[in-house]
Design a protein around this ligand. Structure first.
Ligand SMILES: CC(C)(COP(=O)(O)OP(=O)(O)OC[C@H]1O[C@@H](n2cnc3c(N)ncnc32)[C@H](O)[C@@H]1OP(=O)(O)O)[C@@H](O)C(=O)NCCC(=O)NCCS
Length: 168
C-alpha cells in the first residue's frame, strides 16, 4: 500500500469515498477530521498544518490517504504527539476503510504502518480506542498486538468504549 497526505486534486476521489459511505448508510467517516462537513481547500490546509506545525491542543498529526494502486482504500490518522489525557480518551490512531474494501486485510495493514510511524517518531506505546461492539476494529487491533486495558472501559450514552495498549 501507499500512504500520503491529501492534495487539492484529491477532491474527486475523496468525494466518491464519502459518497460510498453515505450509500452504505454511514454518516460519520472515520479518521476524516470533518472532511464531509468542511470546505475542501480549508480541510487540505488544516491537514497540512497539522503535519507541519501541529495544533496547540493535539500536537502534530498525520492524516494519510491509503492507496492500493490508484484505488483509495481508507483513511489513517496518526496523532503521535497527543497529551496523555487525550490519548486515553480518543486513542493515538484512527482509521477507516471504504465499505466495498472491508474484510480484505487492509485495516490490519494500515494499523501496522501507523505503528511503524509512531515508533519512528519515538513513541514507546500507543493507545487505541474502539466501541465494544466494533468487532472488526477490535480484531484489527488484536492482530497488531493490542491488549485490552480492562480498567479503562467506560459506558456512555448507551455504548461501551474499550481501550487497547500496544507497546512498540
Ligand atoms: C474497522 C474497519 C476499519 C476494519 O477494516 P477491514 O479492512 O475490514 O479490517 P481487516 O480486513 O484488516 O480485518 C481485521 C480483522 O477484523 C475481522 N473482521 C472484519 N470485519 C468484521 C466484522 N464485520 N465482524 C467481525 N470481525 C470482522 C477480520 O476477520 C479480521 O480478523 P481475522 O483476520 O482474525 O479474521 C472497517 O470495518 C471500517 O472502516 N469500519 C468503519 C469505521 C471504523 O469502525 N473505524 C474504526 C473506529 S475504532
Amino acid at each position: 500500500m501507499k500512504y500520503r497526505l491529501p492534495e487539492i486534486n484529491d477532491k474527486d476521489i475523496l468525494q466518491k469515498y464519502v459518497q460510498e459511505h453515505h450509500n452504505n448508510g454511514e454518516t460519520s467517516i472515520s479518521a476524516s477530521l470533518g472532511l464531509s462537513s468542511s470546505d475542501y481547500t480549508e480541510w487540505v490546509t488544516k491537514i497540512k498544518n497539522n503535519a507541519l506545525s501541529g495544533d496547540e491542543q493535539w500536537g502534530k498529526s498525520l492524516l494519510y490517504l491509503c492507496f492500493d494502486g490508484d484505488r483509495l482504500i481508507g483513511l489513517l490518522s496518526v496523532r503521535y504527539e497527543l497529551p496523555e489525557v487525550l490519548s486515553e480518551k480518543y486513542g493515538d490512531i484512527g482509521y477507516g476503510v471504504r465499505p466495498s474494501e472491508r474484510n480484505k486485510g487492509y485495516a490490519t495493514a494500515m494499523l501496522k504502518y501507523a505503528l511503524s510511524v509512531c515508533k519512528e517518531k519515538g513513541m514507546e506505546k500507543v493507545i487505541l480506542g474502539c466501541y465494544k461492539e466494533n468487532l472488526a476494529s477490535a480484531a484489527t487491533i488484536q492482530k497488531n498486538g493490542g491488549t485490552l486495558i480492562a480498567e479503562n472501559e467506560n459506558y456512555k450514552e448507551g455504548r461501551t468504549s474499550q481501550y487497547y495498549l500496544i507497546r512498540l
